[in-house]
Design a protein around this ligand. Structure first.
Ligand SMILES: [Zn+2]
Length: 91
């Protein structure tokens, strides 16, 4: 299955690049807040960062990668775990 994974490969190409996640982990794009819609390069980073499904940390760079053996059910399980972990952390 082809999915987005975090990568360090192009870190530094953009002034706002940051890699706090784990190289190669599954990532997801969250819905940007209102401030990020208006000012994508502003103070808030949610509109330009991927969230690591394992680390819950952000990275600005990701790549589409084939992950052998990964199934849709695996991805759904990872996403559910990510949502639960974020809820426990932030709510
Ligand atoms: Zn934001």
């Amino acid at each position: 299955m082809r999915v987005f994974v975090a990568t360090k490969a192009t870190q530094g190409a953009h002034v706002h690049d940051r890699m706090d996640g784990i190289d190669g982990e599954l990532v997801w794009l969250l819905e940007p807040c209102r401030a990020c819609w208006c000012y994508p390069d502003g103070r808030c980073t949610c509109g330009r960062m991927f969230s690591g499904l394992s680390s819950l940390r952000e990275t600005s760079t990701a790549v589409v990668s084939e992950v052998p053996g990964l199934t849709r059910e695996d991805l759904e399980r990872a996403m559910r775990g990510f949502v639960r972990a974020r809820r426990d952390l932030f709510c």
